[in-house]
Design a protein. Structure first.
Length: 221
């Protein structure tokens, strides 16, 4: 899952980025509202974690501009503003959830997983079942026919993305963006290597190559 973190506090932002990365998320971090507003006009993210008290352009303005463009990506407001009025204003402007500072990283991750489940229509169950595969985003574990399979974080994120969009072709560009953040060195065949490794672990018939486009998890009725 690719997350845009917009936070101007250097210490907090660095800590959140590092913590979310350890949980397997791909995190791009921006430190002012104008940069976030520009990025959201050209790039796609799965979830946005947005501070309100930003330089150059407030988080609330970033959120309002984003929603005015018709974008439905979940937004979690992360802020030190604790009044009921502030929370109401943020939610009425289009936020999906609200977490005040200081906060626990485990709670932030749980809220992100809940937002992801709602946005993808996967229902209330935290466990994603796809044929013989059971994927648990909370523990980052995968079982195939009841057997635990060791899957590194990027392959886990790739499998998660494909299964959540089963029956839909995902472009190579979109999948690569969901796995790698800005500034990361990526081999040209990295995605193919991840797909190859996944097929060896979960079976060759789950993920289909759509030539010239990308990949798709076969839909299971």
């Amino acid at each position: 899952m690719r997350i845009l973190l917009v936070e101007d506090d250097e210490l907090l932002g660095d800590g959140v980025r590092a913590g979310l990365s350890q949980y397997g998320y791909t995190v791009d971090w921006l430190k002012d509202g104008q940069s976030a507003d520009r990025a959201l006009q050209t790039e796609e993210f799965d979830i946005i974690v947005l501070d309100l008290g930003l330089p150059k352009l407030s988080g609330l303005n970033v959120l309002e501009n984003f929603r005015a463009r018709g974008k439905q990506t979940p937004v979690l407001i992360l802020t030190a503003r604790e009044t009921v009025e502030d929370r109401i204003k943020g939610l009425d402007s289009g936020a999906d959830d609200y977490l005040t500072k200081p906060f626990d990283l485990d709670e932030l991750c749980a809220r992100l997983r809940a937002l992801q489940r709602r946005s993808t229509g996967s229902g209330g169950s935290p466990i994603i079942v796809h044929g013989p595969i059971e994927l648990d985003p909370a523990s980052h574990t995968v079982t195939v026919n009841g057997e635990l399979v060791n899957i590194p974080r990027r392959e886990f994120a790739l499998l998660h993305k494909l299964i959540q969009n089963a029956g839909r072709v995902m472009s190579r560009e979109h999948l690569a963006q969901s796995l790698y953040g800005w500034g990361e060195d990526v081999d040209s065949n990295a995605l193919e290597v991840h797909i190859h490794n996944l097929r060896k672990k979960i079976g060759s018939d789950i993920i289909r190559t759509v030539r010239g486009v990308g990949y798709m998890a076969e839909k299971i009725e």
